[in-house]
Design a protein around this ligand. Sequence first.
Ligand code: MBD
Ligand code: FE
Length: 279
Amino acid sequence: MTETASAAASGASATERFRTDKAVTAASPKERVDLLAREVIDALHATVRKHKVTYDEYNALKAWLINVGDDGEWPLFLDVWVEHVIEEVATEHRQGSKGTIEGPYYVPGAPDQGATGTVPMRDEEAGTPLTWTGRVTSTDGSALAGAKVEVWHADSDGFYSRFAPGLPEWNLRATFTTDDSGAFEIHTIKPAPYQIPTDGACGKLIAAAGWHAWRPAHIHVKVSAPGHELLTAQLYFPGDEHNDDDIASAVKPELMLNPTPSGDGETVEYGFVLDPVRD
Ligand code: MBD
Ligand code: FE
C-alpha cells in the first residue's frame, strides 16, 4: 500500500456512502420532531445543571462537534454510540434470527458468487481460511430459495475495502444466493479484532475519556428474501477478548460463530431465520 489509511479518508467515504444510499425521503410529522428534539435538548440541559458544565467544557464540546463533521465521522460516531439502541427498538417484535447494527461500512452490490463460493480476496490475503455453511428459512421453517446473503468484513489489518485506500474494490465483500433448499456455502478468512479509526474526532473522544477503540473480530451480514424483513447482523467468535466490551455495544450471545478446526482452516454451520413482513 502506498497511500496510508486515515480516519479522514475513511470518514469522508462513509459520509459520502450514507448520502448516496440512505437519503431521507419522508418528512417526519411536526409533532414527532418537536417531541424528540425537545427531549434530547432537555436531557442536555439536565446534564449541564447536574454536573455544572463550564464554559471551557462547552467550548471543547463545540470544537469537537465541528471536528466530527470535518473528519466525516458522523456515521462512525452515530453507529458506534447510538445505533445499537435503534436496532434494538426496530427489531424487538421479531421471532426469527437476532440481528445487530449495520455500522458505517456496508456497500450494496457486492459480486454474486451463487450459492457456493469464495469471497473476493487477494492471493496473499492473511488469515485462517473459514468455511461457513448454513440455510435461510422463514419463521414457519420453510426454505427460502434465492435469498441473498451479503457479507463484508475487514482484512487482518482491520481495513475495509472501499473505505481504506489501496485495496481491491470488492476485497472481502460478496453476495451469495441460496439454492433450492435455502442453503449457502461461504469461503472466506477469519477477520481479526478491529480498532475503529483513532486519528479523527472519535479517537480524540476515546483518548480523552480513557476508553478503548476495540471491537471484537466480526463478519457483517445482510440476509434478504422477498416478503421478509431484511436481517442485518454481525457474527463473532467465542474467546475474543473484546466480546464483553465492544466499543459499539453490538455483541449478542446469539451471534456467535463456533468454528472447529478442519484441514488447513476452520469450518462452521450458522443459518438465518427471517420474519415475514407484517401486514
Ligand atoms: C466497524 O467495522 C463497525 O462494524 C462499526 C459498528 C463501527 C465502526 C467500524
Ligand atoms: Fe465492522
